[in-house]
Design a protein around this ligand. Structure first.
Ligand SMILES: *Cc1c(COP(=O)(O)O)cnc(C)c1O
Length: 403
């Protein structure tokens, strides 16, 4: 009953915005998209630059925030996206009935701005279009309005925010400004329904290298009774709810001496992700051909988050043409067998925070599968991707976006 009403509401609001759009083509625009031309920077926006951490070695992820934030409200009725504003970083004021606080109507993105070591005016984003596309998809999965916003316009607003707070970007390879676009429902309604009112905001924070003193391979456990995602669920959307459910399993794993969970799904023990990263296995093929393949689980089941790093590793290795790159289902028994036959060359996680994370152990049914770490391919992806991100290496067209 509840489900039905939320579904029909979702359908109704979709229909309504379509009608509004059609109308706006012929009469006045009532449903505004995000427009960077309307961006205002609040005049009383002092730079808080004396709060920039002086000892960047001590930077801890996500604890210190830059001076400003970007905010773009979406209003119901005929309001649509309002003018983007850059304002001082501040606490939000929302109704305690806001449905983000009750039903997890929240999604986010994670991206970085990189400053060149040689030219502090050279600031870049890495494939931001992929983050925008994913944000649209996550919003759509939560039935949020306005998910058809213009991606380039939001990138432009984010670029303005980063430029304004550019002194917060630490200059040294491995350091960057982490960018956290977030969308929450501000709709003050306890009914289980698609939201009419949302707030898109972007905060940023200076971050240091994930591995300050070289790679630290991780020990994983697949022995958990919990499941991160499943076909038809929200695993392919970057929604906070996916993370809420992972706290207890992660804590249990840490208490048992494993740094992250290797998430599997189903009777066959299909591998999905590692912690909050995508996962890759580099194998010698079973057919005796001595051919090698790089395998990552497929997006087709809908239980994998489509990572920007994942896509970039697939694209890069295809361009090298040195081994096969396959998006296919891979199970724990297959990985165990490959390891026992000496065919498992290396394995690693992939995500914006660490770029790549070498995997040295996987606990499975009480015993550890051992994997050589850190392997050469893992190192090569790390240095090539970093090089492209900082503009040291020329990447494929459109990957490194100067702002
Ligand atoms: C964000 C995220 C990733 C990594 O995506 P990138 O775009 O490469 O940073 C992988 N898995 C999950 C569950 C995530 O939330």
């Amino acid at each position: 009953m509840m489900l039905q009403s939320s579904l029909s509401r979702c359908f109704m609001s979709t229909t309504r915005s379509t009608i509004t759009k059609n109308k706006s083509a012929t009469t006045t625009a009532t449903h505004r998209s995000i427009s960077s031309a309307q961006l205002t920077i609040s005049s009383d926006s002092p730079n808080n630059n004396n709060n920039i951490p002086q000892n960047k070695q001590d930077l801890q992820f996500g604890k210190v925030f830059s001076s400003h934030m970007l905010q773009i409200p979406y209003k119901g009725g005929s309001g649509g996206w309002q003018s983007p504003e850059i304002v001082p970083f501040h606490d939000l004021k929302i109704s305690p009935a806001a449905s983000s606080l009750h039903y997890g109507l929240q999604c986010f993105e994670g991206m970085k701005a990189y400053k060149s070591v040689n030219d502090s005016n050279d600031i870049r984003l890495f494939r931001p279009q992929l983050n925008m596309k994913r944000l649209s998809n996550s919003m759509d999965r939560l039935c949020m309005p306005g998910s058809d916003f213009d991606h380039e316009e939001l990138i432009e607003c984010i670029a303005k925010l980063v430029r304004l707070d550019q002194d917060w970007i630490p200059t040294e390879e491995g350091y960057s400004l982490y960018i956290r676009p977030t969308v929450i429902s501000t709709h003050p309604y306890l009914g289980v329904a698609a939201p009419d009112e949302i707030l898109l905001y972007v905060i940023t924070c200076p971050v240091g290298p994930y591995y300050p003193s070289g790679f630290a391979p991780v020990r994983l456990t697949a022995d958990t009774p919990y499941v991160r995602a499943w076909p038809g669920g929200t695993g392919a959307a970057k929604v906070g709810g996916n993370y809420a459910g992972s706290m207890k399993p992660q804590t249990d794993a840490s208490n048992r001496g494993y740094s992250q969970i290797l998430w599997v799904f189903g009777e066959e023990e299909e591998i999905t992700e590692v912690g909050a990263m995508n996962v890759f296995f580099f194998l010698e093929k079973e057919d005796g051909s001595k051919g090698r393949e790089l395998v990552t689980p497929p997006l087709t089941r809908g239980d994998i988050l489509p990572g920007v790093t994942r896509q970039s590793i697939i694209d890069l290795s295809k361009s090298w043409g040195e081994f096969d790159v396959v998006e296919r289902s891979i199970t724990l028994p297959e990985v165990r067998k490959a390891a026992s036959e000496g065919r498992l060359i290396e394995a690693f996680g992939a995500g914006t925070a660490a770029v790549v994370t070498p995997i040295s152990h996987i606990e499975h049914k009480g015993s550890d599968i051992e994997i050589p770490a850190t392997g050469d391919l893992t190192k090569r992806f790390f240095s090539d991707l970093m090089g492209i991100q900082y503009g040291r290496i020329e990447g494929p067209e459109g990957w490194s976006v100067k702002i």
